[in-house]
Design a protein around this ligand. Sequence first.
Ligand code: SF4
Length: 311
Amino acid sequence: MYRKPASKLTPREQLHRQGYNFIAEDCSAAVKPCLWCKRAVRGGESCYKHQFYGIETAKCVQMTPTLRCNQRCIFCWRSIETEIEDSRILSPAEIIESIPALQRKGLSGDKPFADKAFWEEATTHPTQFAVSLSGEPTLYPHLPELIERLKEGDHSVFVVSNGTVPEMVRKIAPTQLYLSLDAVDAESYAEICNPIGDAEYMWQNVLTSLALLKQKEAEGVRTAVRITLVAGCNDSVPEKFAKIIDDTQPMYVEIKGYMYLGYSRMRLSETAVPDMNAIRRFASAVADACRYEIMDENEPSRVVCLRRRKI
Ligand code: SF4
């Protein structure tokens, strides 16, 4: 099913070329400003998270404490065919100390095109951390402490998890917690998310994490479920997604179209990219089948956001 990337570069070198700046050579913790951050720091448009949740795109640091993952989702843009090993687990302090210099390095190419004072301010005083670059953050053993330390100074922290490690989901308290939901049962989960290990066991873990969302909200965490919609793959059963959403009651549901990017192009064709109208139709069908309503949409990022209806 998979084609190996044809490159003489090591996986680490390939990622470095793609803009990943590693915190140390013997670990996979990394910082990489996203394209929206690069655009915003030049004075351009902000991303959909600014539109939906008010975060400051130019002051957002996208990072991960590990690139390791226990899933190999068909739509993942990282190279799931070659893993980057963590031979050392960094402490939260080591990660946090390294972030400012790596964020500035990642945005250095944008400096000549930006207002100098704005570039300095954005890169010196980030206000938001997106622990969502790639990899599964709940595999990092010190995630609760990392989040607490990142939040110091009134920073917001968004964490995106695949939900396979509920014992870690239980312990963390980011500003906003995203859990991915890309399948509706163990069989479709095995096909779409390719877990490493027993698919039924991992799927039950995902459901256990989703069932924790109400508790997380009671603890003051904003909760969101993210569905990556892949045409011809998981887009035909909105009512089954709606049932899981209704049972677990996240505050928001982001339905995001698959993007034909990175290594996913070796596993999927462009026909797997749903158009915006297909995403809107799917989102409406989900909302109609549960207690949710359309909150907003952002066409450049191919995302529609639902929110829970007030009853
Ligand atoms: S869970 Fe995330 S990082 Fe892991 S394979 Fe899936 S999309 Fe990629």
